[in-house]
Write a protein that binds this ligand. Structure first.
Ligand SMILES: Nc1nc2c(c(=O)[nH]1)N[C@H]1C(S)=C(S)[C@@H](COP(=O)(O)O)O[C@H]1N2
Ligand SMILES: [Mo]
Length: 163
């Protein structure tokens, strides 16, 4: 006759092995996840911090309505979704700072005071009017509510934190 205790023992081992296998493959999936964009944050630690779209998965997405003022004088209301610069700095434990510089891949850059950075209308935009930014050179765009187009940085590549 089959030993019932032995049978239960084998069953338990199989269940454990299966759970372990599923657990591990789940972890592997996360590790292998592809990074869509990276922003280098300088001035916080000795080495630059890589802030990526994977990091934003742990943050709240924010939606703002902003008016894009074009060079030709025309205005367009847009609905942007993204991550507050203030929250990003908080996420990387930037601590005290006086201003930041936001720089694009093409070298275009601008300074932003702490006062502006702490306001609600300045975000790293990843989606406009329901569409994700997909251009290779513009996956993340700095959106600054109430400021003209030259304050909006396309293809953010670097943020420098000035102490
Ligand atoms: N990366 C990058 N972002 C940039 C610029 C630039 O040259 N490079 N020009 C700025 C200026 S001066 C303006 S007026 C707007 C132009 O936006 P538009 O092409 O949608 O009108 O983008 C701003 N953001
Ligand atoms: Mo401009």
């Amino acid at each position: 006759m089959v030993n019932i205790k032995r049978l239960i023992g084998i069953f338990v081992v199989i269940v454990f092995a299966f759970t372990f296998f599923v657990g591990c493959s789940g972890e592997q999936n996360t590790a292998a996840k592809e990074v869509t964009w990276t922003i280098s944050i300088e001035g916080v630690k000795d080495e630059a911090i890589s802030f990526t779209d994977i990091d934003t998965e742990k943050m709240d997405i924010r939606e703002i309505t902003a008016i894009l003022k074009k060079k030709d004088g025309s205005e367009k209301e847009q609905s942007w979704k993204g991550y507050g610069i203030k929250e990003v700095l908080n996420y990387v434990n930037a601590g005290e700072y006086s201003s930041i510089v936001v720089e694009a891949g093409d070298g275009y850059s601008k300074d932003y005071t702490k006062e502006l950075v702490e306001s609600e209308g300045i975000i790293l935009g990843v989606m406009v009017d329901g569409k994700a930014l997909e251009k290779e050179d513009n996956k993340v765009q700095l959106v600054v509510k109430g400021k003209p187009g030259n304050w909006w940085i396309k293809g953010v590549a670097k943020i420098i934190v000035n102490k």
